[in-house]
Design a protein around this ligand. Structure first.
Ligand code: CMP
Length: 140
């Protein structure tokens, strides 16, 4: 099934010049970038995006990082895009991520794990609405 998902290059990834690397990998895999935006996440957006982690020990650090500088947000489309992208990004903890995945090749630690990608179709739509309130479609 053709799906769309949300991918973020986090502030540490943007600062390290990894936007192109992430895009390139997804394009070579046959995925399509439908719409993209460089933006600074507000504390309100961060709270919506990471609502499921509120109350956890690492929450404040997580919000601090995601709001610390520009991120690059993308809506990515392709067959089984949610699962394909998650596998390409690798395990959340870069220490456990396989070589050949984005986090396995570039991740530094849990916080600076370069990218975020939605974990289900439902999360994808919820997250797309946060970063692309106009709907995540290209407008002419
Ligand atoms: P992300 O895909 O952005 O989704 C939630 C983020 O929380 C995750 O990547 C990690 O950066 C971070 N995270 C998850 N678990 C932990 C943890 N145990 N300690 C620190 N950060 C975590």
């Amino acid at each position: 099934m053709i799906e769309r998902t949300l991918v973020l290059v986090k502030p540490s990834g943007v600062a390290r010049g990894l936007i192109g690397e992430v895009i390139s990998r997804m394009e070579r895999r046959g995925l399509t970038i439908k719409v993209a935006r460089l933006l600074v996440v507000t504390p309100e957006m961060a709270a919506r995006h990471y609502a499921e982690h509120k109350g956890k020990g690492f929450y404040d650090e997580l919000v601090e990082h995601i709001t610390s500088g520009p991120i690059f947000a993308m809506v990515v489309e392709g067959p089984s895009a949610v699962k394909v992208v998650r596998r390409m990004m690798g395990a959340t903890n870069p220490l456990e991520a396989d070589p050949g995945t984005v986090r396995g090749d570039f991740g530094l630690d849990m916080r600076r794990n370069v990218v975020h990608s939605a974990d289900s179709l439902e999360s994808a739509e919820r997250e797309i609405a946060i970063f692309f309130p106009e709907g995540g479609e290209l407008r002419t």
